[in-house]
Design a protein around this ligand. Structure first.
Ligand code: EPZ
Length: 416
């Protein structure tokens, strides 16, 4: 397993280009299952999770050509099974459930199971498909769904589930009648998916709001579309600039997708200004502590909570970080503490008391965003920080050590 070693103390400077969004590309690639026609998607990021979903879709008969600009064709679906050995490596595999049932009338998808950040059930996905007329059984760890043509329905999500909204929006695109999703998630990745589906001929309105209306059609065409930039990658680099006393240009991001973070970073004393293709980000002369509460979009994103916690470990005061989306997303706390951070977990909140300095140490990544927070801490720690199990990082960050090195960080990957 690869490791990354970071030598702290270098202020970041220069330009970083943001890659396509993992969490937009995954549902959009799954959407190709809805049509027999070829689709072409540009700005596909080079990530492990993308390789995984391509492997899963290929096992169903989907054909690919290209990479960053990718042609995807599901002319014939030879299998409607998403096997456990693939799904256990990437929960987002659940995104084939809705499209498979809509296109073929059946699906056998392994239950994703929990992961480092929580139980992450998919009960809301299942209930919505049942509301649309699908018969869904849970057997031997698999979701077994069958349906004739799905029927439009009024769906009420108990909470705004991102992949749940995406799964059902895709299923409803081919249903008979109108489906209305209430309490839908509002993330920009959902809007990107809706735009792709509309390009394929789907009739969708309200994406980006908490009520999405889909009028089913009998078939969908191919389309060409671009994946939006990754707001979580952009936010990670913005926080890194703030931590290291640096000044960088984050190019290719969409500032509107980052407003909750930008607002908080300005409160810490950072200067953040729009430039022609992104944001210019400058560190605060003195880092002020701020409180964070993660919420569904447009609230502060849970996927930037760990990175913001790393930043607050060296701020001048007390920061209360409340994680309201997942029940166990503080796995990075113990690793940050090994570097000298002063953090106390109290229920769903972490109280971070700023310290003057962090110290390099051997650490272990536990999940994708926790490993990003260790990279950030390493950028400012005295001495060397070694991060093991970086396969977590490679799932969601494209060439992270190359991008940080280009900004002046002293960082290298040790391939075992
Ligand atoms: C998506 O996960 C993202 N993944 C996650 O990003 C992100 O953290 C999360 O949304 C929240 O923004 C992808 O888009 C591929 P949810 P998802 O369904 O859809 C509960 C990353 O680092 N819930 O919005 O799985 C669930 O347990 C990843 O890139 C149910 O109870 O998240 C959680 O507490 C990590 N029942 C809350 O809802 C359900 O049926 C939000 O989950 C579904 C969800």
């Amino acid at each position: 397993m690869d490791k990354i070693v970071v030598y702290g103390g270098q202020p970041l400077a220069g330009d970083v280009s943001i890659s396509g969004a993992k969490n937009a590309a995954l549902p959009i690639l799954a959407a190709a299952l809805l049509t027999a026609k070829p689709c072409t998607f540009s700005n596909i990021p080079d990530l492990m999770d993308i390789k995984t979903i391509k492997k899963l879709l290929a096992s169903m008969g989907v054909r690919f050509s290209g990479d960053r600009t990718l042609e995807v064709c599901a002319e014939t679906i030879t299998s409607s099974v998403a096997p456990y050995d693939l799904v256990k490596t990437m929960r987002a595999s659940i995104l084939v459930l809705g499209p498979l049932v809509a296109r073929t009338g059946r699906a056998r998808v392994s239950l994703p199971g929990g992961c480092a950040i929580g139980a992450r059930p998919v009960n809301l996905h299942i209930k919505a498909l049942q509301d649309m007329g699908a018969k869904v059984d849970l057997r031997e760890g698999y979701i077994e769904a069958t349906a004739g043509r799905l029927k439009g329905a009024e769906i009420y999500f108990d909470l705004p589930t991102v992949t749940g909204t995406e799964n059902i929006m895709m299923a409803a695109a081919l249903a008979d009648g109108v489906t209305v999703l209430h309490n839908a998630a509002r993330e920009p990745e959902i809007v990107n998916l809706a735009d792709v589906l509309k390009g394929m001929g789907a009739k969708i309105s309200g994406a980006g709001s908490d009520v999405i209306t889909i009028t089913g059609v009998t078939s969908l065409s191919g389309t060409e579309a671009a994946i939006i930039p990754d707001r979580i990658e952009a936010g990670t680099f913005m926080i890194a600039a703030g931590m290291t006393g640096g000044e960088i240009n984050v190019r290719g991001c969409i500032p509107q997708h980052l407003e909750a973070l930008t607002n908080k970073l300005r409160d810490t004393g950072m200067t953040i200004e729009p430039i022609d293709d992104g944001l210019k980000v400058k560190a605060a002369p003195k880092i002020h502590s701020v409180d964070i509460k993660t919420l569904p979009y447009p609230g502060f994103p849970t996927d930037l909570q760990a990175q913001m916690m790393a930043y607050m470990t060296i701020a001048s005061g007390l920061s209360v970080i409340s994680e309201t989306v997942f029940e166990n997303r503080f796995m990075h706390v113990s690793e940050l503490a090994r570097m000298g951070a002063d953090i106390a977990i109290q229920g769903g909140s972490a109280v971070v008391r700023g310290v003057p300095k962090l110290f390099g140490a051997p650490t272990m990544a536990t999940d994708l965003r926790a490993s990003a927070s260790l990279i950030l801490a390493g950028l400012v720690a005295q001495g060397a920080t070694e991060i093991s199990r970086v396969y977590h990082l490679d799932r969601g960050y494209e060439g992270i050590e190359k991008k940080f090195s280009a900004l002046g960080a002293k960082m290298k990957r040790i391939t075992s």
